[in-house]
Design a protein around this ligand. Structure first.
Ligand code: GLY
Ligand code: MN
Ligand code: MN
Length: 362
């Protein structure tokens, strides 16, 4: 069943007249059309009992059709009010929706109010959870793309390790990694992070002109987008012999990563996985230095549903893909994060990222 049909069924079962999909990644999921509309309107309107349509900037109509969207594509021009074009197209279909499902976490207030004004009798309910529920289970086609994205991420780490040299800057290494991936015909899935020395202790640090020195640890966090699907990997390596304190942190994070991965299987709760990693780190005395959740869903978006936190009771199911990325950030010693991408299989786990995790000393 197509994604459009899945949403149509949902509308029929819940007596909702129309669903308006607006997150660009969700538009891609339901239509196959990948677009970054910036501030312009992009969306797919799916009806309980009428043909769906895709609305986008008029100049993108050929791209939407080429992407395989076989229903109507409605274009809006920069001189038009795109929300009026949207409302008129709905009215032209002779539907007067009394209930819309919208992405409440995404549709901006201005557009929501415009829809309300055009359809003053309509109720607005959430579509977010339905799309999350569809996207969270990956089919075999999606898994193949995720495997390939992860393989390319492994390669990117390999390139990064080879680039490390005394006096080279973090940004120079970022450039070498990104060029190597571009040569493979792909783009990164987010801005590549290379942090060295004390900067490794910043979970969201920004690479810059710091020059690599002997004795540094170097943290890579990167991902590749392969045919619309993302990978996300972190490895931390030592440049020169690490201190005992650095090794202790490294091995604690590695144990947290492998302990959590070993527990992945259908039926485990997200919060249980987070706890396994957190307990491993706390038992080694570093609890206060693990300052973020264990991981996040991964697919078309580099961060997507579900959030793997200590508060999420979600039960993991076959086909879910997410990251396992414990870290310890201790500015007087080092930061270490080790991140893998995993799939829940019928009876366990498949780890997509395969780059070595035993501590590499360069
Ligand atoms: N690359 C950001 C993260 O690992 O979540
Ligand atoms: Mn990452
Ligand atoms: Mn991540």
């Amino acid at each position: 069943m197509s994604k459009v049909e899945e949403i149509q069924n949902y509308l029929q079962q819940n007596q909702i007249d129309a669903a308006f999909v607006t997150t660009p990644d969700n538009v891609f999921y339901v239509s196959g059309f990948k677009s970054n509309p910036h501030e312009r309107l992009l969306g797919v309107m799916i009806f309980k009992n009428a043909e769906p349509f895709l609305i986008c900037p008029k100049m993108e109509i050929p791209d939407a059709k080429a992407a395989g969207w076989s229903y109507e594509v409605v274009g809006h021009q920069d001189t038009e009010n795109s929300m009026e074009v949207l409302a008129q197209t709905i009215k032209d279909r002779n539907v007067n929706p009394s209930a819309f499902a919208i992405e409440k976490a995404h549709l901006i207030v201005e557009r929501f109010e415009a829809l309300q004004q055009s359809f003053p009798e309509a109720n607005f309910v959430r579509l977010d959870e339905k799309i999350n529920a569809l996207r969270v289970i990956k089919d075999e086609h999606e898994l193949e793309k995720l495997r390939k994205a992860a393989e390319l991420a492994d390669y990117a780490i390999e390139v990064g390790c080879k680039e490390i040299a005394e006096g080279k800057t973090e940004m120079e290494i970022v450039t070498a990694i990104e060029s190597a991936i571009q040569e493979k015909g792909c783009k990164m899935s987010f801005e590549t992070t290379v942090l060295s020395g004390p900067k490794t202790a910043s979970p969201h640090g920004i690479p810059g002109s710091r020059k690599i020195e002997k004795g540094d640890m170097v943290l890579f966090d990167l991902g590749v987008n392969y045919d619309g699907y993302c990978s996300d990997i972190t490895r931390t390596v030592a440049f020169g012999e690490p201190s005992e304190a650095q090794k202790e942190i490294y091995h604690t994070v590695l144990a947290a990563n492998t302990n959590a991965i070993a527990a992945v299987k259908p039926g485990v709760r997200a919060m249980e996985l987070d706890k396994i990693a957190r307990d491993t780190i706390a038992d080694a005395g570093f609890g206060e230095y693990f300052t973020h959740r264990l991981g996040h869903g991964l697919g078309i978006s580099v961060h997507e549903f579900p959030s793997v936190t200590g508060a999420n009771e979600l039960i993991m199911e076959e086909g879910m893909v997410f990251t396992i990325e414990p870290g310890i950030y201790k500015s007087d010693v080092t930061g270490v994060r080790i991140e893998d991408d995993v799939v829940v299989t019928k009876d366990g786990v498949e780890v997509l990222t395969k780059f070595q995790k035993e501590l590499i000393v360069l």
